[in-house]
Structure formats: C-alpha cells, structure tokens
Design a protein around this ligand. Sequence first.
Ligand code: PLP
Length: 379
Amino acid sequence: MIPYGRQSIDEKDISAVDSVLCSDWLTTGPKVTKFEESFAGYTGASYAVAVSSGTAALHCAVHAAGVGPGDEVILPPITFAATANAVLYQGGIPVFADIDSGTLLIDPKQVEKKITEKTKAIIAVDYAGQTCNYNRLKSIAKANRIKLIADACHSLGAEYRGKKVGSLADLTVFSFHPVKHITTGEGGMITTDNADDDRHMRIFRNHGITTDSHQREKRRSWHYEMVDLGFNYRLTDIQCALGLSQLEKLPGFLCRRRIIAGWYDSFFNKIHGITPLTVIDKINHAYHLYVVKIDASVFPVDRSVFFDKMRSKNIGVNVHYIPVHLHPYYKKNLGTKSGLCPVVEKEYEKIVSLPIFPSMTEKEFEQVRDAINEIIWRQ
Ligand SMILES: *Cc1c(COP(=O)(O)O)cnc(C)c1O
C-alpha cells in the first residue's frame, strides 16, 4: 500500500537520538532549548515552546489566549477534532464558521458573522498546507480585541506574502506526528512574539510550576512554586534531538512535496471531474496533503466508489476530515447538526487526499495516476 503520508528517517536522525540516550538528560534538558531556538529561528517567531503533541500545543495556545468557561472560540469544522477539543478542555464553546469552497479555508466573512461579546479567540486552520487570509483575520481579531491562533499543523514551512507561518498569528501551533512535515514521534510546538504568552505556556506545560528541573539544577536550588493548574505536556530531549535533526532536512522535504504536487497538478489538468483545491496567489504552499474533489456529476464514479477502488489498488487514499460538528460527541453535547455549515458539508462529500510524502517516488506517483486512469477507462 502506498500510504497518504509517511515519515522520512535517516542515519543522521538515528545517531542524533542515540547520542541523547547515552547522555545525562533524557527529558527536559539542553536539546529542548536547542530545538526551540532553531524552530523559532526557522519560523521567524520570537519564541517557541516545545510540547508533547500538536493537541497539547493547541491546549496551551487556547489557555494562553485566556479562554475559560463559557468563552466562545470561532473555528472551521473541516479540521482534526483536536482543534475544537482544545476549546472544550478549557470549558470554552467551539463556534463553527463556514469555509471558502475553493480552498476549504475559513471564510473571514463568516468569522465576522459569528463574533459575539463572548468571543475570545479565532482558530484558523491552514488546511492541506495553504495559509489562511491572515491579513483579514488579523484585522478582525484586532478590531474585536481577541486572539488569533493559527492551527498550522499542516503548514510548517508555508509562506504568506513573503512571511513564514509561525509569526502570522498571535499564537501558532504545530504538530510533529509522523505524517506531518517533520516528526518527533509525537510532539508539538507553539510559536509567538509575545513574551507573556511564552512564559505562561512554559509554566502550563510543566504542571503550572515556574521552573523546570534543568533550570533548578543550573541554579543549584530545590525550590519551586506551582502558580497555575498545568499539565505534563513536556517533550523529551530524545524527541527534541530527532526534531533538530529533522528540521535541518525540512527545506528538502518541502521541495519534494512541491515537486510531487506539481506532478499531480499537471495530471489533473487533463482529467474531467477531478479538481485539486484552489491555490491562492502570494502564498507558498507546504502541501501536507494533496486534496482533490470528485465531482460525481462529471467523473464516472462518486467519492465513495473512487475511494474503494483506489484502496483495492493499494493506493492509501484518505478523507480529511469528517466535519467536527457532525461527530456524535459534538451533536450530543453541543447540539450541532447538519445544515450548520452548508459549504463544509457539501465539499466534504467530494474530497479525497492522495498520497504525498517526501520519499514518494515518480514510480509511485505513476501508480496513483494509472489507478485513476483505469477507473476512468473501466466505467
Ligand atoms: C495533526 C493535527 C493536530 C493534532 O496534532 P497531534 O500531534 O496529532 O496531537 C491538530 N490539528 C490539525 C489540523 C492536525 O492536522
């Protein structure tokens, strides 16, 4: 099976992890700081806080944004459930805003419509690796004195008007799950230019305690204070060594993803009834996913038949995502139902993610292409 995404690990990654295993620090130590500094440097943000997953990163960001019981947070439903779940962790209320049908990115006009006195933040999701309209979203956030959080789990390395993802919103969240651009096994990061938010999140990821054991060792002191109710969301030195090694290869990974996306683009130019997502001007796409829409009124089969046929040909297609507001938990606890976001619900029926990952070969691309051609000929 050709998967829709997979990690690339080489000998350098393995020896980086090996050397930490033989060192004094397995968890919070010098590699965490190094990874954070390198990551901040890469994204152009002032601060970066490493945490144990993208989901933990979302929770930290929502907490730093001051979201508490009853506060509303506006976000698109076409995302991984964790984006909305992080709001619930804080007792907040996810408010779903509809998307643009071409890009599947949150529609700033719909965001404006959903703002109330209880709105505390917006979470924009850079779906598939394309950046949202940060100019518009930032001015909406500013005008309403609320925080703009970017869920950039798909868009590490993407650029918007010449600026890297990581410093486009008040708080930007990344994931290092193996299918994402770089991996630490599990892991996440939040970037920000705000020193208070940085300090706040460092405390939150470590039980609400003001110093970590590495800092205490350096100061030769046992004293610490718990000032907030936090969590254990720490990322280990073992994982950060892998992250540092992966980060060095990120430009090459991005380059491969863009080349593969180019192959798909030229192929789909000639196919009726399958359209890639719209790519907007002035952005540099990070292509975490390559998503196409199957138009069942033109293409010989609909999305679900297409999906089954591709899987039977060992092509690991996937669907990102079931709209969050249609999950049973949300329906039951938040009273959401279909009809809430008509554009999301309509586009969801058409979308399929095709394989894309840095080590994908031209031959594997041709297998995907031939499988699609065969579906067309056989109908
Ligand atoms: C992967 C992902 C997450 C969660 O990240 P984990 O590291 O798996 O916790 C959140 N939001 C989006 C959009 C993602 O793709």
